[in-house]
Ligand binder design. Structure first.
Ligand SMILES: [Zn+2]
Length: 497
């Protein structure tokens, strides 16, 4: 008798193999048998006509605070996501100094949260107390570390400050962080020279951990920013992972082909490089980071939609240009009106800056993973990627557009991500692996979250299993609370496949 048995499913192993009909038995937290299983299960799922694959891994999450605020992680679990990588874009929940402004240091991730943790161990313990629904692996963020050590200083660090930042990075890696992330477009990361980032990314080298980056520029300076990222990773001897690869702004559309060619050239020379993308033509983030208040770009203001705005809740879900007409202001004045209001700096916006063709170019690259980049602020009208990313790739880009095969898309969402982020016994369906799985209908899976109605769980996801526990079943969240906080280990399988 097994604890769980999934019968007659089309099994996608996560390694890119075609689907094979069979059964999967789970004992406790791990997969026990795959193939034809003759014994029974205490719980059985008849998955005839469904596919089962390893649970999806969201390589680009900002869920550090969400694990404390929404431990049910419904917006990820309902997509079939069983593991996220948090601490991206240079902002992480830790390290944290309870005496300092931890909300600012975390880029707002910890807004409204109390807690006494200071390091990765403490953060993990705080999350586990809340019995999270899914797994989390953490990056330690440059902006966070720099804020703690140097505040908002617009200069290079002193030797003492550098040693202090390096120690923070090393401490997090020693406790199990999977890498060091930067967000060089944001404050205070943007005040750093390339050498500072090299000197910090280097700390990841002895751990064979990653350097992930929201690059310094994703628009007119995209290609130079890719060069800088490759240089940082080469000089520090670490694997480079480029976050949410895109060419922002109409004038730059199409440049992703050239930047991917740079990546391919580096790969051909033996450098380790991977990337991720979200399947939408809009980005999203803290609006204050995108505008110079003295000269707000009218071109950008034109394509801004307000996602959440504590200063003016009535603006949420509306295009800024429509708000400007209503209140009788020019676009630049409307930008200032929103951002300079009390709490205006907490406004999250959605910006329509990406070309659809570039998303498709990105998705066909074989080292491209899927990262939602969802910002888990559930109050306003968040970017629909928070709820829809993975089903959108499978429903729209795989099934409707035929851009890549289903087994290949699943490989990118599972074993490739697990291998890259050091999750050595996840991301593949095989005996002995952790039982993280999603049962979905390849004919109906699709996102339903839209910009106008973004908090909608997708269609076509049947069951989600996290560490052996059925956590989501036919639209119901079961509050199994079986998520784990994962520590980085360089992967043993897959290096030669
Ligand atoms: Zn980012």
């Amino acid at each position: 008798m097994h604890d769980l048995l999934i019968r007659n499913a089309t099994i996608l192993d996560g390694l890119g193999g075609v689907g094979v009909v069979g059964d999967i038995a789970v004992d406790a937290e791990r997969i026990a048998e795959v193939g034809v299983v003759s014994s029974h299960g205490r719980t059985e799922i008849d998955a005839s006509g469904w596919c089962v694959s390893p649970g999806f891994i969201d390589t680009h999450a900002h869920d550090d605070g969400a694990f404390l605020r929404h431990p049910g992680m419904e917006f990820k679990l309902a997509q079939g996501v069983t593991t996220v990588v948090s601490g991206n874009c240079g902002f992480s929940a830790m390290p944290r100094d309870p005496q300092a402004d931890s909300v600012a240091a975390s880029g707002g991730i910890l807004a409204g949260l109390e807690g006494q943790f200071t390091d990765l161990e403490g953060y993990f313990a705080a999350v586990l107390e809340r019995q999270p629904a899914i797994n989390n692996v953490m990056l330690v963020g440059h902006n966070t570390v720099r804020s703690l050590v140097m505040g908002e200083e617009k200069r290079a660090p002193s030797e003492v400050e550098m040693r202090c930042m390096q120690q923070h990075v090393t401490d997090a890696l020693e406790q199990g962080a999977c890498g060091f992330s930067s967000g060089l477009i944001y404050r205070p990361g943007r005040y750093s020279e390339t050498q500072e980032v090299i000197d910090l990314a280097r700390m990841a080298s002895p751990f064979d951990a990653l350097y992930t980056t929201h690059m310094r520029n994703e628009g007119e300076g995209l290609l130079e920013a890719v060069d800088e990222s490759l240089q940082i990773a080469r000089a520090s001897g670490v694997h480079l992972h480029i976050s949410h690869h895109k060419a922002a702004g109409r004038a730059n559309w199409g440049k992703v082909r050239t930047s991917l060619a740079k990546v391919d050239e580096a790969l051909a020379q033996g450098q380790r490089v991977t990337l991720d993308v979200y399947p939408y033509t809009a980005g999203s983030g803290r609006m204050i980071e995108y505008f110079n208040l003295e000269h707000p770009s009218p071109e950008l203001a034109e394509v801004i939609r307000i996602a959440s705005c504590p200063a003016f809740r009535e603006y949420e879900g509306r295009m800024l240009k429509d708000i400007a007409v209503d209140i009788g202001m020019s676009l630049p004045d409307a930008v200032r009106h929103v951002l300079m209001a009390p709490k205006g700096d907490r406004t999250i916006c959605i910006q329509f800056i990406i070309d659809e063709a570039d998303i498709e170019t990105n998705l066909v690259h074989e080292d491209m993973m899927i990262g939602s980049d969802g910002i888990p602020d559930l109050r306003g009208q968040p970017h629909p990627r928070l709820f829809g990313t993975f089903p959108r790739v499978l429903g729209h880009y795989v099934r409707a557009r035929g851009l890549l095969s289903l087994p290949e898309a699943v490989r990118r969402m599972t074993s490739l991500a697990a291998k890259t982020f050091g999750l050595s016994d996840r991301g593949v369906i095989a005996p002995g692996m952790w039982a993280d799985m999603v049962v979905f209908d390849p004919h109906s899976i699709v996102d339903t979250a839209t910009y106008d109605d973004p908090k909608q769980e997708p269609d076509g996801i049947g069951w989600v299993i996290v560490n052996g526990q059925v956590s989501f079943a036919l639209g119901n969240h079961l509050a199994a609370g079986s998520g784990k906080m994962l520590r980085y280990r360089r992967c043993a399988y897959g290096d030669d496949n």
